[in-house]
Design a protein around this ligand. Structure first.
Ligand SMILES: [Zn+2]
Length: 391
């Protein structure tokens, strides 16, 4: 596998600048296009699975994190508070507290459950600069997060539904998980001290994994401070393992925020991330696909190659029509070198549209595909359809 840092720089997928700071990557156009494709895909996948999307701010008052338990159990990973107008604000270490407050903002009844909300939003971690490198350990994370608020008897079904979503997304993205980990409570003050609560959530997660016939390794000390997790592990080009997707059963934060519903008691919060933080996901996608992203993810999906300057007006027209058909399309005019050289320069682009005198006459593009070689004339609508994710 390739190192994502080298390929990411070469392909203009992400960058860093000492003036912004280490662990704070930015996304130039090529990387931003891939990221947008992932965001659109995940949004649509979640929508089809009954989620509603929300947006919430990237910071909150210190009291919010005292209430959620982050302040007591997670403070060493958080940025220090900022004082504004006599109040202390913290860059959020997770989206959960905001989502709990969105749940609490209206009266909920048993009929509203399970209530599934999701967001791709910023969260922050005060990593030490020594461990930063590329996209895998960052201080600013764009997290694909979501929470299901459900009745206790619905929790197992919700965990299983979240795993369905994760497995569908992995298949579409070409991600290969190395193993499933059941991350449990460890020793010490990092973890909420309520053995009965841990036992109950562990029982739900274990039951679901067994139902699905999934092998897993139980690992004490890797849980969240409020509960155990199913972590879906991936490996980077050097074989180092990290967590991409996760599902967690939480009986703790609903109590801290005093969540309830009419006709019942306390909802359970099922936390889940389908594709994790977009930075780590991007690092993995770069390495897995070696820069040759599937068409729906590719930064540039089609390149138009006029044989000579005589075909330039027709080529420009084809670019316009291709963009209108929904494809991310670029022009590589004859001035940039021979046709062979231009094809090689765009070898990672899924569709190469060559325009010669014959294509000018017919008004159709002759397609050379990265995977299939010479295809002859293909309508733009068909190329656009091939360049969409499947659900
Ligand atoms: Zn959460």
């Amino acid at each position: 596998m390739n190192d994502h840092r080298r390929l990411g720089r070469e392909l203009g997928l992400f960058g860093t600048d000492p003036l912004i700071g280490s662990g704070l990557p930015y996304w130039p156009p090529a990387g931003a296009a891939v990221r947008k494709a992932v965001e659109d895909y995940v949004h649509e996948l979640e929508r089809r699975h009954g989620y509603q999307h929300v947006n919430s701010p990237v910071l909150g008052k210190r009291e919010l994190y005292e209430k959620s338990g982050h302040w007591a159990h997670y403070a060493e990973d958080m940025f220090p508070p900022m004082m504004v107008g006599g109040e202390e604000f913290v860059l959020r270490p997770s989206l959960c507290p905001h989502h709990a407050l969105i749940y609490r903002s209206r009266q909920r009844s048993h009929r509203d459950l399970p209530l599934r909300i999701a967001e791709i939003g910023g969260m922050y971690r005060s990593e030490l600069s020594g461990v930063l490198g590329g996209l895998t350990r960052v201080r600013a994370i764009q997290l694909n997060d979501g929470h299901t608020f459900c009745a206790p008897e619905q929790a197992a079904a919700e965990v299983s539904a979240a795993l369905d979503l994760i497995e569908a997304a992995h298949a579409q993205l070409g991600i290969r998980a190395v193993r499933y980990r059941l991350s449990l409570r460890g020793e010490g003050a990092k973890f909420v001290d309520d053995p009965g609560m841990w036992q109950r959530s562990e029982a739900v997660l274990t039951e679901v994994l067994k139902q699905r016939g999934r092998d897993f390794d139980a690992e004490p000390g890797e849980g969240a401070f409020y509960g155990p997790k199913i972590d879906i592990q991936i490996a980077d080009s050097a074989g180092r393992e990290s967590t991409l997707s996760t599902v967690q059963v939480d009986y703790y934060q609903p109590g801290r925020f005093d969540l309830g519903y009419v006709g019942g008691g306390r909802p359970v919060m099922v936390h889940r991330s389908v594709v994790g933080g977009l930075e780590r996901l991007m690092a993995h996608l770069i390495e897995v696909h070696a820069g040759a992203f599937p068409a729906w993810l590719a930064p540039v999906q089609a390149v138009v190659l006029p044989l000579s300057d005589a075909e330039l007006p027709a080529a420009e027209d084809l670019v316009r029509r291709s963009v209108a058909a929904g494809l991310r399309t670029e022009l590589a005019p004859a001035g940039r070198g021979t046709l062979g050289a231009r094809i090689r320069a765009h070898r990672l682009v899924p569709y190469q549209l060559v325009v010669g005198p014959r294509e000018v006459a017919s008004g159709q593009a002759s397609v050379r595909s990265r995977d299939g070689g010479q295809e002859g004339p293909v309508p733009l609508a068909e190329l656009a359809d091939r360049s969409r994710p499947r659900f």
